[in-house]
Each structure stands twice: as structure tokens, then as C-alpha cells.
Design a protein around this ligand. Sequence first.
Ligand SMILES: Nc1nc2c(c(=O)[nH]1)N[C@H]1C(S)=C(S)[C@@H](COP(=O)(O)OP(=O)(O)OC[C@H]3O[C@@H](n4cnc5c(N)ncnc54)[C@H](O)[C@@H]3O)O[C@H]1N2
Ligand code: MOO
Length: 391
Amino acid sequence: MDLGDPAPTLRGCPWPLARRAARLAGRTPLPAAELDLADALGHTLAAPLTALTDLPAFDTSAMDGWAVAGPGPWRTAGRILAGATGEPLADGAAVEIATGAQLPPGATGVLRREHGRLDRGLLHGTVTPGQDVRPRGQECHRDDELLAAGTAVTPAVLGLAAACGHDRLPVRRRPTVDLLVLGDELLDSGPPRPGLVRDALGPLLPPWLAAAGAEVIGRRHVRDDFGLLRDAVRHSPADLVITTGGTAAGPVDFLHDALEATGAHLLVDGVAVRPGHPMLLAELPGGRHLVGLPGNPLAAVAGTVTLALPLLHALSGRPADPYRTEPVAVAVPGHPRDTRLVPVARTDEGVVALRFDGPAMLRGLALAEALAVVPPGGAEPGDRLELIPLR
Ligand SMILES: Nc1nc2c(c(=O)[nH]1)N[C@H]1C(S)=C(S)[C@@H](COP(=O)(O)OP(=O)(O)OC[C@H]3O[C@@H](n4cnc5c(N)ncnc54)[C@H](O)[C@@H]3O)O[C@H]1N2
Ligand code: MOO
């Protein structure tokens, strides 16, 4: 329950402020629950991942060969396979051993099979102490913190968690997202026809939002109709409703009216950014949120990185993306007052802006490695710009 006054609406605010406002809107992360490893992918750790054992948990042979005790030559007897344990070795003794098997007590190193020579019952070769042994605790010790709370659960995280003994992980519930794609002119399949265009955002947004930790529970095409839009927003069960289109002042741009009718409170209404300036963020009754993305596809992408992703990360308990800058190779023109978000690629000389970066275009974006944040006034060669990664 929020007892404070609602935050004032930011209208046409500077771009960095809009991004901060979106993070702030998600400042109360969603509740945590324990999930089996098989279900935890894509979630966010709600607590640090600590090791339940040393890793390796025992001194381990790193190679196939012989575990030896002391200097050679050695008398060899027996065999230890991975999964088994062996009897103590006395000095001058060796036992055949497999990669991954536990070293027997007394062993001082491992002689690789290809480096050993058996001659009349004796094993010859040279082994320095500890050679080809993965000592217990080399990677971590029991109770070590391996990953911080807020880490995204990737396949590698699942593997690490299993390796150090976890069956379940404490994770935050994923923010649910309902995507409402507005526009009577949109086609769901086939090439554009006179007056009609393909919906590019229905395919583009869900996988991107899912990678940011969201569970996309719905993706619907909503006709340009005030009542339909109002009801879709009002009745959506999602933590975050994302709309595309309808943000501007056209004859069928009903989003503002629908928000008002729903009792929404606008947190951000327009941002000083190109493309994407009509983007908006609203708080809906019940603590839910809505991000309104402009219909032009690159403008919608700008709204996604400015408002939707920071809000989703905050709700998931993920930290803000690290601030990374890189120098530009070639001057990038700026807008006189607004921030520009420009698709860029890396070259040996620095980042370069890509062509086909109009608000209605995706051709530059599809080749881009990042969006560069170009401050009002632009950038000269060598200036460092913040990059928002796209891959
Ligand atoms: N008089 C003014 N007109 C416009 C302004 C303005 O300031 N004054 N701003 C322009 C800017 S900038 C943008 S961005 C758009 C935002 O418009 P809406 O959010 O209302 O979007 P729509 O009008 O519905 O569509 C705009 C454009 O994008 C195409 N579109 C929409 N959805 C999709 C989709 N899912 N996939 C592909 N393309 C889509 C749509 O067909 C239109 O061409 O307003 C400007 N106008
Ligand atoms: O926000 Mo609109 O940015 O230029 O297409």
C-alpha cells in the first residue's frame, strides 16, 4: 500500500529522468518463491547463490592415467573409476585412475596415461607434486557467495547451482506482461497491401521482454476502438500492460482517454527523446503499470529500452544495466533539445551510426549492436557515448 502522494507527472522530461522514473516505479520487487532448477530459467535470484559444498568437493584426478604417491618408479595395482573411492596409497605405489575420480589418500599427483611407461611391472615417468590434480575447494569453498541476488538465471547459472548442490533456487516471481498491439491497419501475416502494414512489434517485443525477465501472458491485436482499449487495459491481470500505437493525437489515438477512464495516473507523459517522444508510463489501479509505446517501430524500441526494460528489471530485482561508454568514430548529429537513440555498430575506430534509422524503420536496428545515447547537440569523433546493448 502506498500512502504517499502520487508522483507528479513528468511531461516531456529529459530522457535520463524518464529512465530513472521507470526504475523507481518498480522499486518494490515482486515476491520470492523457491523453484526447481528446471523451472527457474529466466527468473532472477532473490537471494545470493552460495555454495553448499567445496568445489571440487574432493581432490579429483584431472586426467586419465595413474594416481601416484611420492617419486617414481611406482608399483601399480588396482583401478579407481569416476564415482568410486580408493584405498590409501603408500609411497612408491600407483593406481590406475580415470578423469573425475577421487584421488586416494596419500596420492601426490597424477601421471597422464600418455606420459607413463610400464616396464616389467613398474611404472616410470615424472610427476611434480599436485600435477593434474584438481584440489578440493579450487573453485569455491562451502558457503562462498558465488552470485549476487539480482542475477538473471541463465543456463550457466543453472549448471553452477547444480554443481554446488542446489535442487531449488530462490527466485522472484516474473513480472507478467500483456501486450496490446493497437491499429486497424496492421496485418498478422503476408506482405503489406494498399493502406495496410505488417505488425512488426508483435513478433519483436515478446522475446525481448522475456529475455528481460518478463512472463508474457498475452499478445493481442486490439482494434482502434476506445471501449475495447479501455476494457482491455482495465481487465488485464498483468503486472505490466504494454501497448503499441495510439500514443499521439490522431483521430483514433485513444490511449490517453482510455487511461483516464481506467483511473490511471500518468508518471511519464512524453519524453525528450528521438525517436519515441510520445512514449508514456502510467500506474494503473491495483499497483499495476502500463507502458505506452509509440507505433512507429523504432520509436517503440526506444520506449522499450527507456521505460519497459528498466521497470521490468526493477520489478524482478535486477540491478540497473551497467553504464558503459565507447568512443564514436564519426560525428553523430544531435537533436537541438532532445536525446537521440541511434542504432550503432562497432568498428576498429569506434562505434558508427547505421543508416536506415528513421522512426518507422527497423533495417538499421537489425544490424545494430547497440543503441547509442546521443545527447542534445550530438557527438564529435572521439566523444564517448553511453551504449545500450541490443545483443
Ligand atoms: N501531429 C502530430 N502527429 C504525430 C506526432 C506529433 O507529435 N504530432 N508524433 C509522431 C510520432 S514521433 C510518432 S512516434 C507517432 C506515434 O503515433 P502513435 O503512437 O499514435 O502510433 P500510430 O499512429 O498508431 O502509428 C504510427 C505509425 O506506426 C505504424 N505502426 C503502428 N503499430 C505498428 C506495428 N505494430 N508494427 C508496425 N508498424 C506499426 C503505424 O502504421 C503508423 O505508420 O505519431 C506521429 N504523429
Ligand atoms: O517518436 Mo516518433 O519518434 O519519431 O516516430
